[in-house]
Design a protein. Structure first.
Length: 365
């Protein structure tokens, strides 16, 4: 059985789905691995690094697509790639079903077994496969680094002969994986950190990292059975806006991380709220590609309103693709290990397995 992987379009995606370490682990299961020539050269990983662990290097992308039993990707394949993938191939990646309906319909029409790793259930057995958590951790870290780069003041408190430099104040909206990592990173860099979230369970997590939790008055827990945030009521949004009015005037940097699975990002910061911040403040919107948590936010752009920089994030993982690739490849190996039966020496698409059942894409999209 052959696992194959081809180069992504580097203008859009710098991550790879197989690293030498993950390929070595896959080969240890008794599988063969082949990748396209210069597959990860842009990350400083040479073909020799792959061949030393037993990976086969192929010059032709077409050879890989025509010969592999399982194809790994970071993102959904494009039309020209879909045309070359064989029937009954297993295809695994982050397919983004809400945005790639047409491409996914073409894949399923070819009778390709398609798995989208964003759909994995939040169960203990699937934790090592959780691509959303691994990538969100990095996003939370990078959001703080990027925000501070754009901020024109020092972040930690400093005692100098010329006087004291006060610590910057950072507010994190959304205390999921990305938000919690943003809190931890900001605290390590010396900021005064506060955070808010619709889920009451996040209060303890925020405080354990040294952050102050800002709670909306009279709010009830708004958490799904899967641990994600629910969509909020109009009454909640009104009370949230009132709480934000005070918080935004005090903070120098706001990092927005709030997302609702399968739906556009909730709009939390209105134009009026944004304009309440001090000139020189930063709003960093991690949710920009899903519609944005903040007014004036556009993916890939920095908009300046009343001296406030609103940074709309796009392709954030391209700013630390090597670390992101290492984590993604480990997640992917765990998924493949669960899918492959050493005894049968074949892949076992067992629909009674919750991991398989939840992550496989079925029928017409």
């Amino acid at each position: 059985m052959i696992i194959g992987s081809i180069k992504e379009d580097l203008s859009l995606e710098k991550r790879v789905s197989l690293t030498p370490d993950s390929a070595k682990n896959i080969i240890s299961l008794g599988l063969k691995v082949c990748v396209e020539k210069n597959y990860a050269l842009h990350l400083g990983i040479n073909d020799k690094d792959y061949t030393e662990v037993g990976v086969i290097i192929k010059d032709s992308q077409n050879d890989i697509l025509q010969s592999c039993n399982l194809l790994t990707k970071v993102n959904c394949p494009i039309d020209s790639e879909i045309e070359k993938i064989r029937e009954n191939t297993i295809l695994i990646g982050m397919m983004n079903p809400s945005k790639n309906n047409n491409l996914i319909a073409k894949i399923l029409k070819k009778k390709i077994n398609l798995f989208s790793l964003e759909l994995l259930p939040r169960i203990t057995r699937a934790q090592s496969m959780d691509v959303l958590s691994s990538q969100s951790n990095l996003a939370g870290y990078r959001s703080v680094i990027d925000s501070i780069f754009e901020f024109e003041k020092a972040v930690p408190m400093m005692m100098t002969a010329a006087g004291t430099v006060p610590a910057a104040k950072i507010l994190v909206i959304g205390a999921g994986v990305a938000g919690l990592q943003a809190i931890a990173t900001a605290k390590r860099l010396g900021a005064i950190v506060s955070a808010t979230d619709v889920r009451s369970a996040s209060k303890e997590q925020v405080e354990s990292l040294g952050g102050k939790f800002l709670e909306v008055e009279g709010s009830k827990d708004m958490e799904t059975s899967g641990g994600y945030a629910k969509e909020t009521s109009d009454d909640y949004k009104k009370k949230q806006a009132e709480m934000m009015q005070s918080a935004l005037k005090k903070n120098d940097i706001v990092i927005c991380t709030a997302l609702i699975p399968g739906k556009p990002a909730p709009k939390i910061l209105s134009e009026e709220l944004v304009k309440m911040m001090k000139p020189g403040s930063i709003i960093y919107d991690l949710a920009a590609e899903q519609g944005g948590n903040s007014a004036f936010s556009e993916p890939g752009k920095i908009n300046i309103v009343n001296g406030i920089k609103i940074i709309g994030v796009k392709n954030l993982m391209n700013r630390l693709p090597l670390t992101a690739s290492n984590l993604y490849a480990k997640n992917l190996f765990s998924f493949i290990r669960n899918l492959y039966s050493k005894e049968k020496k074949d892949f076992n698409i067992n629909m009674d397995d919750e991991i398989i059942n939840k992550s496989i894409l079925k029928g017409e999209m």
